[in-house]
Design a protein around this ligand. Sequence first.
Ligand code: KG4
Ligand code: ZN
Length: 332
Amino acid sequence: MRVLGIETSCDETGVALYDSEQGLLGHELYSQVALHAQYGGVVPELASRDHVRKIIPLLTTLLAKTATRPQQIAGVAYTAGPGLIGALLVGASVGRSIAWTWGVPAIGVHHLEGHLLAPLLETPAPTFPFLALLVSGGHTQLVAVRGMGEYQLLGESVDDAAGEAFDKTAKLLGLGYPGGAALAHLAEQGHPNVFHFSRPMTNRPGLAFSFSGLKTHVLTAWKSQENPSEQTRADIARAFEDAVVDTLVIKCRRALKETRLQRLVVAGGVGANKQLRHQLQVLGQELNVKVFYPRIEFCTDNGAMIALAGCLRLQAGQQSPLNFNAHPRWLM
Ligand code: KG4
Ligand code: ZN
């Protein structure tokens, strides 16, 4: 079964073709980062308009590069939420129109399910069940994934998501938007233990996270410097990254021990963080747990994860009615 996937929930337009026999056949991605950078954040109206501009050319390129004819496509998956409503509607409308025109089923996919299943695009792919650490710009969650559609939320952030904390802290340190990757890059130049920030919510039981206080600690440390050098900025970035990574690792250790799951899957944009990947690898060795990551380009938003999740759901006999719309807030 060959499925077309469409992702337009935020500021990335992604399209992909996934084949249940051959795996991922191809994917195309356009990032609007440069468009929104000048405003210091995603401007929803501009995002929707840019998706409209880019989606058809991307689809044309995808079909040409993979030498795919419409008749070969058995279904269309689109991100139905959560996300920006105008942006979601672009992918949902295009996806449902294509499905209707080609006479194939359409399926609305939950964006976070896409992230959770993205590691299945890799070889070797994790088998169910596994623990997933989902760390994106909008979410920080620990989820026990027992099978397709069987997701148990074990804990999540009560305020800022990890990626949001990276982005806000990067802005404070003058690194622009979205600054998560830039902050991580700067932290590589920083010395450890020059500054120290607490590991929020780790001294009490449970698997919840809270990252909003960290940026205040960073702001206080940064403002207290009279003439901060570039090295000081890097040292603060390092201390921030260490605090976030340590916190995530502590909670993963706890969740693995509690659930006794043998596999850990890391998904979402912050999963691109080198320090996090390294520390979770160390944890995996210590606990004899195998750790899986999607490749870096599939950590952040993309069409491939939506095509894959849609293919699995269509194969299970599910589909969405063509009047099924977009859901800006959608619990998984
Ligand atoms: O999953 P994603 O593309 O978007 C959402 O669905 O939210 O994740 C984007 C987030 C942003 O907050 C970005 O700053 C963060 O992932 N990010 C990183 C790194 N690369 C991207 N955070 C830390 N270190 C990185 N290397
Ligand atoms: Zn995402």
